[in-house]
Design a protein around this ligand. Structure first.
Ligand SMILES: Cc1cc2nc3c(=O)[nH]c(=O)nc-3n(C[C@H](O)[C@H](O)[C@H](O)COP(=O)(O)O)c2cc1C
Length: 228
């Protein structure tokens, strides 16, 4: 699938076939996901792959009973490290070695900056980790679809219950769940959902938000059809 086809045909899929997604395919998809950009290249993401039936049942329970969590071949718990400095050392060593930064002093300044970020409020650190980790989750989903593997991102879960049930260290934020599997017949071919038109969401130079009342609900459909 070329890039245009991947991004215009990806859909959130709820119905999956019985065919398992192999570990090799998952590994290839995760490899592509980790090419996502991140704040200071600190890559705060971690992925917990849940495949075992009992564990999937537990995960579905904490996800408000959403059945596609269990029906998927796997559901991935996407976690964000709340400590910006957790992996800073090898990242800045790499920058130094490859000439992205000139010397050891700059590396030390960067380490100080990142350690300072680790002192931010819990709310700020949650925003920080969500930004980068969500980009990796999106890249995971497009990479999966390029292999014919469908996904559905999910925020409908009880984070506290998830942390307890899966024994997640409290230094990590459960950012989202992503169900993963080959789509059941026709499940990835449903009519594309409405998208707000580009001229409504893009603002050049000044920002004047369009209120809900002004939204033209048919405009997005023709824009999307042109992309397909
Ligand atoms: C942050 C986020 C949270 C979502 N949470 C859920 C969820 O809990 N359950 C679900 O079935 N879909 C969930 N979705 C999927 C959306 O409903 C879906 O992306 C949207 O309707 C657009 O459809 P499409 O992905 O097929 O284009 C979520 C999507 C995002 C980005």
């Amino acid at each position: 699938m070329d890039y245009n086809e991947v991004v215009t045909t990806r859909r959130s899929v709820h119905e999956y076939s019985d065919e398992d997604v192999s570990t090799e395919t998952l590994e290839a998809v995760f490899r592509k996901a980790t090419y996502a950009p991140s704040s200071f290249n600190l890559q705060p993401w971690e992925f917990l792959v849940v495949r075992d039936d009992d564990r999937l049942a537990t995960l579905a329970e904490v996800a408000n009973g959403q059945e596609h969590v269990e029906e998927a071949s796997a559901t991935v718990v996407v976690l964000g490290n709340l400590d910006p400095s957790a992996h800073a050392d090898p990242v800045f060593d790499d920058w130094l070695r490859k000439g992205y930064i000139p010397d050891e002093d700059v590396k030390e300044q960067l380490l100080d900056t990142v350690e300072g970020m680790a002192d931010q409020s819990a709310a700020e650190r949650r925003v920080w980790t969500n930004r980068s980790t969500a980009l990796a989750a999106q890249q995971f989903m497009t990479a999966a679809w390029s292999e014919g593997v469908a996904t559905c991102p999910m925020e409908g879960f009880d984070a506290d219950a998830l942390v307890e049930a899966f024994d997640i260290d409290d230094g990590y934020e459960p950012v989202m769940l992503v169900t993963v599997g080959y789509p059941a017949e026709d499940a990835a071919e449903a009519e594309r959902k409405y998208r707000r038109p580009v001229d409504e969401v893009v603002h050049y130079g000044t920002f004047e938000p369009v209120t809900g009342a002004e939204v033209d609900e048919t405009a997005g459909e023709s824009a999307t059809a042109a992309d397909d």
